[in-house]
Design a protein around this ligand. Structure first.
Ligand code: NAG
Ligand code: NAG
Ligand code: NAG
Ligand code: NAG
Length: 425
C-alpha cells in the first residue's frame, strides 16, 4: 500500500514537470503512427452499395473506454490562455505543484482501490493523477459497415450489377482512360450548394480512415452524391468517379470478361483531398479495374458539429477550424480515435473521465480534476484524414486561444481540420 502511494506520488511530480516548449507536449505522433487503421477504409471491390450504420451507443462506449483511471491537469489554478508562457508560469507549475491538496488526496484514495488499473494502464505507469494519453486500438464500431449489397455476384462468373455507363470501344483500359466524356463530366461538375471542390478529374478514388459508404448511380450525378452525403450522419465529404468494372465476376472460366462502367459515389467523415485519392484500381483475375474522372467535394469548413448532450454549442478553433488547443498545464488528457470525425467520442471520453475523477471529490470553479472543456479535431497526416483527436481541459477557452499547428515532424506534414471547442453546460 505504501509503495503504491509512493509510486503515484512520483508520477504526479513527473506530470508536473514543465515542458521546454508547449509544442513538444502536443500530439504523441509515435502513438498515432502506431494506431491501427479501421478495418474498412473504402468499399470492397465487388460492392455496388454499402451503408455504414451509425450506432450512438457504440460511439459512446468507445469514447468512454479511453479512460484508464483518474487523471488531473498539472496546474492547480487557471492559466493564461496563450501558449507563450513566462518563467512565472513555469515556476507555478513546477514549484508549487508537488503539494497541491486536491491531487494529493486523489493520489491516496486512487492508489488503494485500483492497483490492477495502475498495472494495466500504459507506459505512464499509473492510472492515477498523471495526465492521460490514449489511442483507441479497437476497430471503430461507428464505422463498421453493414448492409453491403453483394447479392449472388460473388459466385464465379456471376453477372455484376449496375453498369449504367457507355460501352467504351475498344473494350480496353487504354480506351477507357482516354474516353473524353468521363473527363468532361468531371471537369465540368459544379460544387453542389454548401460544398467546395477539392480535386478534379483524377484517375484514382479515395481511400481513408473516414469511410462512410458507397452508392452506385445511373449517371455522373454529383447532386445525388451530395444529397446522399447530406443524408448520412457525420458525412462532410464525397468522392464521385467512373470505374471500369468486370461485367461478370472474374474467375477460372471468365478470366477477362467484357467491362461495364459504374458511376460510384463514396462518402467520408472528413474532408476529401487529392492526397487520399490513392486507389488506382486493381486486377481481378486478368481483368483490370481502373478509375477516371474522380472528383472530390467537401463541406468540412462550413459544417458545425452537433453539440453532444451536456455541452454548449461549439466554437470553431483557428481559421476554419485549422488550429488545435494545446495548453499542457491545464490538460487532463488526450485521446485519439481512428475513423470519421466525431466530437461525441471526445464528449464521452470527457464524461467518463469526469465520472471517475468525481469519485475523488472536487469542487470550485477551477479544478484540475474536472474537464470543463474539450477540443476535438480531425488529425491529418500528409493530407490524409486519420481520426478524431480529443484534448480534455480543466479550463474553458475561446476559439481564438487555439494556436497549435502541428506541421512537420521529420518527413511527415501533420495538420488539423474541423477543430471545435466545447464548454460544459
Ligand atoms: C488520367 O489518365 C489520362 C488518360 O491516360 C491522362 O491523360 C491524365 O493525365 C491522367 N490524369 C492524371 C491526373 O493523372
Ligand atoms: C435524402 O433524403 C431525402 C429526404 O429524406 C430523400 O428525399 C432523398 O431521396 C435522399 N437522397 C439520397 C440521395 O439519399
Ligand atoms: C469451368 O468450366 C468447367 C467446364 O464447363 C467446369 O467443369 C468448372 O466447374 C468451371 N469452373 C468454375 C470455377 O466455374
Ligand atoms: C479549409 O480551411 C483551411 C484553413 O483556412 C484551408 O487551409 C483549407 O484549404 C480549407 N479547405 C477547404 C476544402 O476549403
Amino acid at each position: 500500500m505504501r509503495q503504491a502511494v509512493l509510486l503515484a506520488g512520483i508520477a504526479a511530480i513527473a506530470a508536473a514537470s514543465p515542458a521546454p516548449s508547449p509544442v513538444s507536449q502536443g500530439i504523441d505522433f509515435a502513438a498515432i503512427n502506431a494506431a491501427p487503421s479501421p478495418s474498412v477504409t473504402g468499399p470492397p471491390i465487388s460492392a455496388s452499395t454499402q451503408s455504414v450504420v451509425y450506432n450512438t451507443a457504440s460511439v459512446v462506449a468507445e469514447g468512454s473506454a479511453a479512460v484508464t483511471g483518474v487523471a488531473s491537469a498539472s496546474a492547480t489554478a487557471s492559466q493564461a490562455a496563450h501558449s507563450k508562457r513566462t518563467w512565472w508560469d513555469f515556476g507555478w507549475s513546477w514549484g508549487i505543484q508537488p503539494q497541491p491538496s486536491p491531487s494529493k488526496s486523489t493520489t491516496t484514495s486512487q492508489a488503494q482501490p485500483a492497483p490492477t488499473t495502475s498495472k494495466s494502464s500504459s507506459s505512464q505507469g499509473s492510472g492515477s493523477t498523471t495526465t492521460s494519453k490514449s489511442v483507441a486500438t479497437s476497430t471503430i464500431a461507428q464505422s463498421e459497415p453493414t448492409d453491403t449489397v453483394i447479392p449472388t455476384v460473388s459466385e464465379a462468373c456471376a453477372t455484376q450489377p449496375d453498369g449504367y455507363g457507355p460501352k467504351v470501344q475498344p473494350d480496353t483500359v487504354v480506351a477507357f482512360e482516354a474516353y473524353a466524356p468521363f473527363h468532361q463530366a468531371a471537369q465540368s461538375a459544379k460544387a453542389p450548394a454548401g460544398y467546395v471542390s477539392t480535386f478534379v478529374d483524377l484517375n484514382a478514388s479515395v481511400t481513408a480512415n473516414t469511410y462512410l459508404g458507397l452508392q452506385t448511380f445511373t449517371s455522373y450525378d454529383v447532386t445525388s452524391c451530395s444529397e446522399y452525403c447530406d443524408n448520412t450522419t457525420l458525412c462532410t465529404g464525397f468522392n464521385i468517379f467512373v470505374e471500369r468494372d468486370p461485367s461478370v465476376n472474374p474467375s477460372d472460366n471468365c478470366t477477362n470478361p467484357a467491362s461495364i462502367i459504374n458511376y460510384k459515389c463514396t462518402l467520408w467523415g472528413s474532408g476529401v483531398d487529392a492526397a487520399s485519392a490513392t486507389n488506382v484500381g486493381q486486377t481481378r483475375d486478368q481483368f483490370q479495374v481502373v478509375i477516371a474522372g474522380s472528383d472530390g467535394f467537401t463541406k468540412v469548413n462550413t459544417t458545425t458539429p452537433a453539440s453532444p448532450p451536456g455541452w454548449q454549442a461549439p466554437q470553431q478553433c483557428g481559421s476554419h477550424g485549422s488550429a488545435g488547443h494545446n495548453h499542457p498545464s491545464t490538460c487532463i488528457g488526450t485521446s485519439f480515435f481512428p475513423g470519421p470525425y466525431n466530437p461525441l467520442l471526445c464528449a464521452s471520453y470527457a464524461a467518463a473521465q469526469n465520472a471517475i475523477n468525481a469519485k475523488s471529490g472536487y469542487s470550485g470553479s477551477y479544478n484540475p480534476l474536472k474537464c470543463n472543456f474539450f477540443n476535438s479535431y480531425m488529425l491529418k497526416k500528409n493530407g490524409s484524414p486519420l481520426g478524431t483527436y480529443c484534448g480534455l481541459y480543466a479550463q474553458q477557452y475561446s476559439g481564438n486561444d487555439a494556436d497549435y499547428l502541428p506541421g512537420w515532424q521529420r518527413s511527415d506534414f501533420w495538420s488539423i481540420e474541423s477543430s471545435w471547442g466545447f464548454s460544459i453546460l
